[in-house]
Write a protein that binds this ligand. Structure first.
Ligand SMILES: Nc1ncnc2c1ncn2[C@@H]1O[C@H](COP(=O)(O)OP(=O)(O)O)[C@@H](O)[C@H]1O
Ligand SMILES: [Mg+2]
Length: 286
């Protein structure tokens, strides 16, 4: 992404985003609720177009592609949506087969083998003939992932892959993301606000705050910042102290000062104009 600006009406949701994602890496896009993470993802997969800037995906400038060419690019990446987005009237195996039937003219027995391979990869071969209503939330995520893998994508996009899952299931999904990245060599782009998950799976983390990209750094950089002693941290620039507070889920720091300042401004000038600008970086605890 180069200089990407996205607006909805008068609201600027992304403001000059630059981001490079390297082949084979796991890039985590992290930030509080409403910071623009899902919007970034939807721009990357071509389901939204930016008002300014450019986006290149798999060597193509996706903002200038027509629908037909964009569909060619779509076959080369997979997406795991928040809900898993399975068709309830179809079995898990049928759900996974669907993109293969839609986008290829392979024989049914070849498709069956493909489906079994994908289900095996996510540990769901035993549930092939079950319907979505018959399986747990974690299994639905796995099934959604198997379907995202159906066409052997080069890139996998995940939007909050562990949302709504219990901690154990959610760390199983993290392990699955890691193992798919290793086994298949895919590039993974993961949107999450969950710190534990980010620290488990990321090679690099892009930190988004209210539509702006604060930092893009290797995981080690964030680990070092999180664990830095308070005196040393106090001398760091505000952006870094803000990230540190977010990483540590602390109640006091630049994040909360920002909130308090605004509460004061609101008391002075009246609520209404600033109330929609709630800070998107909210400390999360695991
Ligand atoms: N289709 C849309 N129309 C209008 N506003 C939107 C739309 N999608 C997202 N937004 C707004 O953009 C901001 C960022 O949303 P989103 O990218 O979903 O954040 P995140 O995924 O980080 O929680 C929010 O204020 C949200 O209300
Ligand atoms: Mg989101």
């Amino acid at each position: 992404m180069r200089g990407v600006v996205k607006r909805f009406g008068s609201q600027t949701v992304l403001d000059g985003i630059n981001l490079d994602i390297r082949t084979g890496e796991t890039m985590v896009i992290m930030g509080g609720s409403g910071s623009g993470k899902s919007t970034m993802l939807r721009l990357m997969i071509g389901s939204l177009t930016p008002e300014e800037g450019s986006i290149e995906l798999l060597g193509r400038d996706i903002c200038s592609l027509n629908e037909k060419r964009m569909n060619e690019v779509r076959k080369r990446f997979g997406i795991l949506f928040q809900s898993g987005a399975l068709f309830n009237s179809m079995t898990i195996a049928e759900n996974v087969a669907l993109p293969i039937i839609e986008h290829t003219d392979l024989d049914q027995d070849i498709i069956d083998i493909q489906v079994k391979i994908k289900l095996e990869l996510v540990g769901l071969l035993h549930a092939a003939d079950k319907y979505p209503a018959e399986i747990s939330g974690g299994m639905k995520k796995r099934a959604g992932l198997a379907r995202a893998l159906a066409l052997d994508p080069q890139i996998l996009f995940y939007d909050e892959p562990s949302a709504g899952l219990d901690p154990v299931t959610s760390s199983q999904i993290d392990q699955l993301i890691i193992s798919l990245s290793r086994k298949l060599g895919v590039t993974s782009v993961v949107v999450t606000h969950e710190m534990d998950s980010a620290f488990t799976i990321a090679d690099r983390i892009a930190m988004l705050d209210r539509g702006r990209m604060l930092r893009v750094e290797p995981l080690e950089w964030y680990r070092e910042l999180r664990d830095s002693p308070p005196q040393e941290a106090a001398s760091r620039p505000e952006g870094e102290r803000l990230i540190r507070q977010f990483l540590r889920g602390e109640a006091e720091g630049p994040l909360t000062e920002r909130q308090e300042t605004r509460a004061y401004e609101e008391a002075l000038f009246g609520v209404g104009t600033t109330v929609t600008q709630t800070p998107s970086l909210q400390p999360t605890r695991s």
